[in-house]
Design a protein around this ligand. Structure first.
Ligand SMILES: *Cc1c(COP(=O)(O)O)cnc(C)c1O
Length: 435
């Protein structure tokens, strides 16, 4: 079994270890929730202060030109592009993931149904993140189309001639299971179906090759592994073969070909710029840039390939140590062991009936007890025994700032919380508004 000494040796040899100095991590915290809200880069506070006091406070409206505020969504898109396998001029950072999904799913439906109006279905995964399903549900309702939800193993069989779009999230938020983007995209294309990929749990976490997979549309999140800050702008990628076809429905003036002509008619800008809507949140975009800068700093240390190797080593170690040291407490593993099918998180399960007084699973209380000890992960609710989804204790591993000794210490805390039954305390069994 891996020992604490081994973990320290792994940290000492880690080529990515210097990246931790780019972040302001609070002392005493082991942060395993970077898959939900990334941590604060050290550069962000000063950058935001400069945008507020100098660019806004002093330079005022001139900053749209002098500070290049106007093309910030495109500049950040270009900075992000190499990390998701996209080309220059193909990505914009803007709006939220939910809003961007509405835009790209609308465009994908327009293209698919123009070519073949009999295609009336959108296929997605039943355990996709709810906002993706809600947005698709709303769009399908608006257009009289059907949203069909399937289990992962049913996706291939669901790609029939009446399907317009396959909409999937690359890495599942509950289990950390990762789809084979290239294989599913090829299967969809063989059936004449377009693909929309949500990279919320992939961008900055696992290598992504949108061009290589020949994907059609993609969106993703700025505040998870990209460390852009709470509510950071999200991003949109559209394959160049589709970018100039159709407007997206939120045809605001920032997506216009000539916004400062102030003409009454809409004329979409060429390329990805038409996926912008209105005036952009410059302060938030500036904070996102500091998150992206850390990925640039990781490039000379091995970039995404090195980050992926470390992420798999961290998640392998966590799985090994939990199984070796936390046995006998009813913990299961929801995350695939196979590297090719794993994102950058590990999800542990507990069965219904294992909670305090036999109520629920106890997973929520275990997570709360860990948080009280400074080990921050999160809880995701299952279906209460009604279906296949158990309650989950979710731990995200961000190789930019998590080390091997952190993994050791997190498992040691988990062991103590379970062995001492600390999680059974009343204070840990009260459910908060945000879980
Ligand atoms: C986190 C996440 C989102 C978040 O959407 P918001 O619009 O930022 O609230 C969307 N989709 C998936 C798959 C996510 O994991």
């Amino acid at each position: 079994m891996t020992t604490l000494q081994d973990c320290r040796a792994l940290d000492a040899q880690d080529p990515l270890a210097p990246l931790r100095a780019h972040f302001d991590l609070p002392p005493g915290v082991i942060y395993l929730d970077g898959n939900s809200l990334g941590v604060l880069p050290k550069a962000t506070a000063a950058r935001v202060a400069d945008v507020v006091t100098r660019e806004w406070g002093t330079d005022l409206i001139r900053s749209w030109n002098t500070a290049s505020w106007f093309d910030l969504p495109q500049r950040l898109g270009n900075q992000l592009a190499p990390f998701i396998g996209a080309g220059a001029g193909e990505v914009v950072c803007t709006d939220s993931t939910s809003i961007n999904l509405y835009k790209v799913l609308s465009a994908a439906l327009n293209i698919a149904r123009e070519e073949s109006p009999a295609r009336r279905r959108v296929v997605s995964e039943r355990s996709n993140f709810p906002t993706d399903l809600y947005i698709a549900e709303g769009l399908c309702k608006e257009r009289g189309l059907d949203l069909v939800l399937v289990e992962p193993e049913e996706i291939a069989a669901s790609l029939t001639g009446d399907v317009a779009v396959l909409m999937l999230t690359h890495v599942n938020y509950r289990t950390g299971a990762m789809h084979d983007m290239a294989a599913l995209t090829a299967a969809a294309h063989a059936a004449g179906i377009l693909t929309v990929w949500d990279l919320a749990h992939s961008a900055g976490a696992v290598p992504v090759d949108l061009q290589g997979a020949d994907a059609d549309f993609s969106i993703g999140c700025g505040y998870k592994y990209l460390n852009g800050g709470p509510g950071a702008p999200a991003f949109v990628w559209v394959h160049p073969r589709h970018a100039d076809r159709f407007w997206q429905p939120l045809s605001g003036w920032w997506g216009h070909a000539a916004p400062f002509q102030f003409t009454p008619g809409y004329q979409p800008a060429p390329g990805i710029t038409r996926y912008l809507c209105g005036t952009q949140p410059i302060i938030s975009l500036s904070a996102l840039q500091c998150g992206l800068d850390v990925f640039d700093a990781a490039q000379p240390l091995g970039g995404m390939a090195a980050l992926r190797a470390k992420s798999l080593a961290l998640t392998d170690l966590f799985i090994e140590l939990v199984q070796a040291r936390c046995g006998g407490h009813g913990l299961g593993l929801a995350t695939p062991r196979e590297h090719a099918r794993r994102g950058s998180q590990v999800c542990l399960t507990r069965d219904e009936g294992q909670g305090l007084h036999g109520q629920g699973s106890g997973a929520y209380a275990i997570v709360q007890a860990l948080i009280a000890r400074g080990v921050i992960g999160d809880f995701r609710k299952g279906d209460g025994g009604q279906g296949p989804h158990k309650d989950i204790l979710r731990f995200g591993f961000t190789p930019l700032y998590i080390g091997f000794e952190d993994v050791w210490n997190a498992v040691e805390h988990l062991r103590q919380v379970l062995d001492s039954a600390e999680w059974q305390r009343a204070e840990f069994n009260q459910i908060n508004a945000v879980t």
